[in-house]
Design a binder for this molecule. Structure first.
Ligand code: 5GP
Length: 175
């Protein structure tokens, strides 16, 4: 029997905007005077990245990569494929990898290794949500707006089978 999924509110759009202003202030201070390149990981980060950059008070470049993800499931395969590389040369740049949510950390661990080999000056991680219960990779999340230990979250760019991305808030999807 098909049941209708329940959406339990986690963060309102107002709470999200307040948290992003604080985060953008921290990033602007930490990267003042440095050549900053923000790399959004598609598709989930597109709304977060676009809100974040509009609150930065320092110059920054922006690019995107695309990595294979969970497809229509709720668990990580552990195998990451880069399906769209960056266009901008990352050599000697300070990279901030912008992700919607870190779960096992396997995706960002692979992506970080990839950019390390390309000669970036530094690589840090900015994830809108840091979900740590299932963390497998030893990977620091340097900047985050929200920390949670479990649950499958949707909205504000995060999808389930390509649905729910357009919701302005974050919700816990209960099947
Ligand atoms: P990781 O490699 O850290 O396990 O997976 C990160 C990716 O898995 C995220 O970019 C996102 O696409 C997906 N993911 C992990 N947890 C969630 C979640 O709670 N909700 C949604 N919508 N995607 C998730």
């Amino acid at each position: 029997m098909m049941t209708t999924p329940e959406l339990v509110p986690v963060l309102t759009k107002e709470e999200i905007q307040q948290k992003i202003i604080v985060l953008a202030g921290m990033i602007s201070r930490d990267y003042a005077g440095k050549e900053l390149l923000l790399i959004g990981i598609l598709k989930g980060s597109f709304i977060f990245l676009s809100d974040l950059v509009r609150h930065l008070s320092i110059p920054a470049q922006i690019d995107f990569i695309r990595a294979s993800s969970y497809a229509d499931t709720m668990s990580s395969s552990g195998t990451i494929t880069l399906t769209q590389p960056v266009q901008i040369d990352v050599k000697n740049k300070h990279l901030l990898l912008v992700e919607d949510i870190v779960d096992t950390g396997l995706t960002l661990s692979c992506i970080k290794d990839y950019f390390r080999l390309q000669g970036a000056a530094s690589i840090k991680i900015c994830a809108f949500i840091d979900k740590y219960e299932r963390r497998e990779a030893n990977i620091p999340v340097d900047y985050t707006c929200h920390t949670t230990h479990e649950g499958f979250l949707v909205g504000y760019g995060l999808d389930y089978a390509e649905n729910y991305r357009c919701l302005p808030g974050i919700y816990h999807l209960k099947m």
